[in-house]
Unconditional design. Structure first.
Length: 175
């Protein structure tokens, strides 16, 4: 087995990325505090051809230097926009026919591995590192899903959670 060099990976360039068919997922970041988490989410979104990222509230926006550290140029490939209010972003997407999924621990949540996806574009909402997805935002979601966890900690890092959720949704969309 030989480790591949970057030029052997067969990755597309930014122009090809912009023209490529996207995975019908929009990611909404609800008041995410860490710009490095934002950058990591951009990088994961690039890897899975995610349609769009919506940055809301206090969430840092490019060209923030902390985002650049972890995004590694993916802010140039992945489409993004900013909304002052997460509720406004959700309202816009709902009016466009999106199914809104909050990623949160809730009394009526569905486990990620059990989710059945609708036949329409979806938006997933990732919450603040301390407070999660705001309750007022959970209230307007069509569905809430959570990742099953079995240890002593109550949550995972937001960028890790986003990666796990994107992978599982991508897998379900491409079966």
């Amino acid at each position: 087995m030989k480790k591949l060099k970057n030029n052997e990976l067969g990755r597309i360039n930014i122009t090809e990325f912009k023209c490529a068919k996207k995975t019908p997922i929009t990611i909404i970041l609800d008041n995410v505090r860490s710009a490095m988490n934002v950058g990591s989410i951009f990088r994961t979104s690039d890897a899975f051809l995610i349609e769009n990222i919506i940055l809301c509230g206090i969430t840092a926006t490019p060209p923030d230097k902390e985002i650049r550290k972890t995004a590694l140029g993916s802010t140039d490939s992945v489409k993004w926009e900013f909304f002052k209010s997460t509720i406004d972003a959700v309202s816009k997407l709902k009016s466009e026919g999106y199914h809104i999924i909050g990623i949160e621990q809730a009394d009526q949540s569905t486990m990620l591995n059990d989710i059945i996806l609708p036949k329409k574009p979806i938006a997933i909402i990732m919450g603040n590192e301390v407070n999660g997805v705001a309750q007022e935002v959970v209230d307007v979601c069509n569905t809430v899903i959570e990742i099953p966890q079995f240890g002593t900690k109550h949550s995972l890092n937001i960028s890790v959670t986003t990666g796990i959720v994107i992978w599982e949704l991508w897998r379900k969309l491409n079966i």
